[in-house]
Design a protein around this ligand. Sequence first.
Ligand code: FES
Length: 126
Amino acid sequence: MEYTQAVIDHFQNPRNVGEIAEADGVGEVGNPSCGDMMRISIAVKDKKITDCKFKTLGCGAAIATSSIATEMARGMTLDEAMALTRDQVAEALGGLPPEKMHCSNLAADGLHAAVEDYYSKHPEAK
Ligand code: FES
């Protein structure tokens, strides 16, 4: 199994690890087949994500995709974050081995869940 340099870098030096205090939205997702879990928190201002952090209990690919997804999400509008796909997350890392593609699901799904949580508290923002 071959990982790109970007995957290795984000796994060894993950960005935006942690949790935003008093986050505006929090998403928690898990992969039932492997048991990995991810929690993504966002801060939102004027319908834009101003900060994004993650905590992941999971494999290296899950950590790397969480890290890149939080970087991509920062500065995005809520609509753009909802449109971010699993493939885009994987592509931003130069791809993932086929057997690890499912790991990128968590990052995109976790971000979407955090935005949905924000919308549930601020329906007027939709
Ligand atoms: Fe579970 Fe990667 S093996 S997310």
